[in-house]
Design a protein around this ligand. Structure first.
Ligand SMILES: [Ca+2]
Ligand SMILES: [Ca+2]
Length: 417
């Protein structure tokens, strides 16, 4: 296994950490003490070269090397396998918390609320990790595929760790981010927000559909004829609330029922976001990144609780940032121009550039139970500006209301194909 990359970052750690222990971690509260030797005191360290054979120095602490959460759980319940500069080690997810880069030392960056090894080329080599806000984030699984240095380089781009296992992955193993398709282009559409290609092989609107965009469609006087049987009751596409747009054209359209949303997406050459590969999202698939277009985009492929981060392994609401997206805790209490909340987006390759999946307005999904008509329960996602607390703003959270329901905080976005 190549250790060159880890060495580069470890060298950085040694160069910049010095001897201070002024990290966010209170070493006196550290209960995992793995190192047996001269660095036993609070099990702190500056580099793996200091710690006994069989131990790793990860984020300034001696750690048991690991390749999986299960391994750590067996050693110390509650600990998880997280990456460090020279390998992955068991630690508690509560450790190494930060609010910004000043809370991290040794060249680590603050991402998703934790100090992390940087991913300078935008990729992380360990399976299960993704590059978020410039740092490798997620839970490392297994061992890393060997980086393939380009001819004439020293191969110094990329890896944040060596996986802590020897020889399990040989050269020629495909990096994990190459196994899911990001479309090279999106279908031609005739209206609405720009489509963004996402991992999973489809495209999704960059923002919620705005009032101006919806008004443009209504100006074509679309007929309500030809809707599916469960929407024949819908004789008017005009929003019930916040209409006409007046000076709020750039805000998300609200006051539309499920059938309005479905008809709009269809009319502009897209479809209401539903199942990956086609059709609706089944109830059991709502939090399945391989099945739900909306959830996959919101959670960066199931990696995060919120568009901007939060590791599911640390708890369903882990990583919640009340200021990142327009939920009630942000205090705006109304809609904003689409895409205003610059922190309400994924920075992961393959998911970046899709705004307000959490908060702003709840979004209809093509996920209804039954085909009776207006009373069928249909799913709406992501919470809204009147949704208080962390839970409703999670990507995995859903709520169901009747197909004909309209609300001042419910809109939608479209996907394609
Ligand atoms: Ca309607
Ligand atoms: Ca939203």
């Amino acid at each position: 296994m190549e250790h060159r990359i880890g060495f580069v970052i470890a060298s950085l750690l040694v160069a910049t950490m010095g001897c201070s222990k002024d990290n966010d971690i209170d070493a006196s509260q550290t209960t995992i003490v793995y190192c047996q030797g001269p660095v036993q005191d609070n099990a702190t360290c500056e580099a793996t070269s200091q710690v006994p054979a069989g131990a790793l120095c990860v984020y300034g602490s001696c750690r048991a090397p690991c390749t999986s959460d299960a391994e750590c759980e067996a050693l110390v319940p509650g600990s998880v396998c997280l990456p460090g500069a020279s390998g992955s080690g068991c630690r508690f997810p509560e450790e190494a918390k930060c609010h910004d880069a000043t809370g991290c030392k040794g060249g680590l960056v603050c991402a998703a609320g934790e100090c992390r090894a940087p991913c300078p080329d935008g990729h992380c080599w360990l399976q299960g990790l993704s590059c978020v806000s410039g740092a490798c984030t997620g839970t490392a699984v297994g061992s890393a595929p060997e980086p393939q240095p380009e001819a004439g380089t020293d191969g110094s781009a990329g890896a944040a760790g060596d996986g802590g296992a020897d020889g399990a992955a040989g050269s020629g193993v495909e990096p994990v981010w190459g196994t899911e398709t990001i479309p090279s282009s999106c279908p031609q559409a005739t209206g609405g927000p720009a489509l963004v290609p996402v991992r999973g092989g489809y495209c999704i609107d960059a923002t919620e559909v705005t009032r101006e965009q919806y008004a443009q469609w209504l100006s074509t006087v679309p007929t309500t004829d030809g809707q599916d049987a469960w929407c024949v009751w819908n004789k008017d596409f005009t929003p019930v609330f916040k209409w006409p747009p007046e000076d709020k054209g750039s805000h998300a359209v609200v006051g539309v029922d499920w059938c309005d949303a479905y008809a709009y997406c269809k009319a502009v050459g897209k479809r209401l976001c539903g199942g990956i590969g086609g059709g609706a999202t089944a109830d059991a698939e709502l939090a399945d990144a391989a099945k739900s277009q909306w959830f996959n985009a919101c959670s960066s492929g199931g990696e995060f609780n919120y568009p901007y981060g939060g590791l599911p392994g640390a708890g369903a609401q882990a990583g919640y940032d009340e200021q990142a997206c327009n939920g009630a805790d942000k205090g705006v209490n109304t809609t904003l121009p689409a895409g205003t909340c610059t922190g309400c987006v994924s920075s992961e390759t393959g998911y970046a550039g899709v705004w307000d999946l959490s908060g702003s307005v709840e979004e209809w999904e093509d996920s209804c139970v039954g085909a009776a008509g207006k009373t069928d329960p249909c799913r709406k996602r992501g919470g809204s500006f009147i949704t208080g607390g962390a839970d409703p703003l999670r990507c995995a959270n859903t709520a169901a209301v009747s197909r004909d329901s309209v609300s001042g905080n419910v809109g939608f976005r479209c996907c394609a194909p």
